[in-house]
Ligand binder design. Sequence first.
Ligand SMILES: NC(=O)CC[C@H](N)C(=O)O
Length: 190
Amino acid sequence: MAAVGVFALQGDVREHLAVLTALGAEAFPVRRPAELARCDGLVLPGGESTTMAKLARAFELLEPLRERIKDGMPTFGTCAGMILLADRIVGGTHDQETLGGLDVTVRRNAFGRQVDSFEDDLPFVGLPDPVHAVFIRAPWVERTGPDVEVLAEAQGHPVAVRQGHLMATSFHPEVDGDGRVHRCFLDLVG
Ligand SMILES: NC(=O)CC[C@H](N)C(=O)O
């Protein structure tokens, strides 16, 4: 059984734990380096990305997370988690720290105020039927490096991507009860 941690210093941790557990993973919250060390894979949930980065630093998780991601630990970032995985951020504060690893530029709060939150059914590479995607003050991917595969788009912008062992979505696949996107991630964990 794959041991899959959910970064749990901030964000919608419980929803991810529930989906992962329903899919048969051993899912647990990660707040300390010892818990991170047990992970075969990790989910970075939605929340507030600047707060998450600051807490990760305060709890001495920032460098260990960077190391594990660089060493190839399968990692799935949703919404704020996508921002944390991005190598470059626009639309944030200029000194915002990320974990990095994913060769993309991500724009924070990209869909603008009027449509801070919306839902859409999106075709998703590798899945036969569209995914119901819930966007909450969501980022989009503005630029992708050569090794990044776009898995889904909304309003003409990439909102789900994969690069080797890393996967990220702008939307929240943990809130609509459909486990297929998490299943794609668990396939990366193996
Ligand atoms: N639902 C979310 O995770 C929102 C992300 C948030 N807007 C940020 O920039 O961190």
